[in-house]
Design a protein around this ligand. Structure first.
Ligand code: AMP
Length: 396
């Protein structure tokens, strides 16, 4: 996938509009986690060092087109200034007089944060007038928010219609890794997909069976597949109405030479609670009142052996109810094995989406992966094989 990066841009003295994702967690009006601010530092520092005027745009929360004081980005500016060790200006609107005057006063190397783009209704509607007004304030556009790239909003793709658009450093890193994992991966490719429900991941499973060599299905969604195969699932989370969908996915897998791994043993309990009395049983040993809450050790051994054969692992979703000990055991054991193989240089591992990051963090395995994407929806849409409008806008 060829896309334009900052290496292709001549930014000296230019006003560079940078779409970042500063949708940071806040508590009591203060930033409580600066991970997303740190993610933007390589791009901001690169642009500053090359004499650009850096103008930052982001959404924050869901104000739905109204000015909501609690969703102002103002508290972010001083935190970013500290991280950059440089002043960060703030304009009380992302377009209009306030923004224009602040931009006009900038000199090369300056950083300016504009107010929440979602204070304008046109942002989420991708109103061309808003995209144009934003674009008029800059000479170049840099998209550095992969997590927002699946949304065609004024500040993600609208601006790109009026200005030359480039991927920022975080975006570039993300796209390079995603390309290695699913675009042009080294085979065999193993996908591990867990989580609660098949219904939220039908498109993803259907796409993966066409792309990967081995698909391991775990978590609550595996129960629907086991049910479709005629196995008892007792009182487990199971979408029985999706049995046909599960069978269609398995048929498609056979047709496309994709091996599907389902649990061969499971950990059951009669209560959905931490430390609930539990036992490991074979697939035929699930009782009427039992809930399958995790994959068993034999299933993990099969998955780990598949990782030993793989050159690329792509992971989304936990293999069990990982928030409740000891039903995090399978996720932890498999994640650690994946991290160890990655550290040993035996495979490329990419994980992302929703709960996956916290599950891998909890396993102490996240640092061992080649790349962890913190983007939720965008990561899933990319795994579904969909074209992300923000990425399309950057194609060379
Ligand atoms: P998702 O957001 O689809 O990735 O699903 C993550 C959620 O699935 C987590 O909250 C897990 O606790 C839950 N989950 C995984 N396996 C099971 C299971 N066997 N039974 C119930 N919930 C599960």
């Amino acid at each position: 996938m060829a896309f334009r990066t900052l290496d292709d841009a001549d930014v000296k003295g230019q006003r560079v509009l940078v779409r970042v994702d500063f949708n940071v967690p806040m508590q009591g009006g203060a930033v409580s986690d600066d991970t997303r601010l740190r993610a933007a530092l390589p791009t901001i520092n690169d642009l500053r060092s090359r004499g650009a005027k850096v103008i930052l745009l982001s959404h924050f929360g869901r104000p739905k087109g109204a000015r909501v004081a609690a969703m102002s980005l103002a508290p972010v500016a001083p935190v970013l200034a500290k991280l950059l060790d440089a002043p960060v200006g703030f304009a009380s609107d992302c377009v209009g007089t306030a923004a224009q005057q602040s931009v006009a006063a900038m000199v090369p190397g300056d950083v300016l944060l504009l107010e929440n783009t979602r204070f304008h209704k046109g942002e989420q509607e991708n109103d061309p007038a808003l995209g144009r007004a934003m674009a008029d304030q800059g000479d170049l556009f840099v998209l550095d928010a992969f997590s927002s790239a699946h949304r065609a909003h004024a500040s993600t793709v609208g601006i790109a219609q009026f200005l030359p658009a480039f991927a920022g450093r975080a975006m570039q890193r993300e796209l390079d890794h995603l390309e290695k994992a699913l675009g042009k991966p080294e085979h065999p490719v193993l996908a591990v997909v867990g989580g609660a429900k098949v219904s939220s991941k039908i498109d993803l499973l259907q796409n993966l069976v066409l792309q990967v060599d081995i698909l391991c299905i775990g978590g609550g969604m595996a129960n629907t597949f086991l049910h479709a195969l005629g196995k008892p699932v007792g009182a487990s989370l199971c979408e029985k109405d999706l049995a046909d969908t599960a069978r269609a996915i398995m048929t498609s897998a056979v047709r496309n030479n994709c091996e599907i791994l389902l649990p061969i043993d499971v950990v059951v309990a009669t209560k959905f609670a931490a430390n609930a009395p539990h036992q490991t049983v074979s697939l035929d040993g699930v009782g009427e009142k039992d809930m399958i809450l995790d994959a068993g050790p034999q299933s993990v051994a099969v998955l780990n052996a598949a990782m030993d054969r793989a050159k690329t692992v792509i992971w989304n979703g936990p293999l069990g109810a990982f928030e409740l000990t000891p039903f995090d055991a399978a996720t932890k054991a498999a994640a650690r094995h994946c991290a160890a193989l990655t550290r040993a240089g035996k495979l490329v591992s990419v994980a992302g989406g929703g709960d996956t990051v916290s599950a891998l963090n909890q396993a102490g395995a996240a640092k061992g992966f080649t790349f962890i994407s913190t983007a939720g929806g965008a990561f899933l849409e990319w795994m579904e094989g969909k074209a992300l409008p923000g990425v399309e806008a950057l194609k060379a």
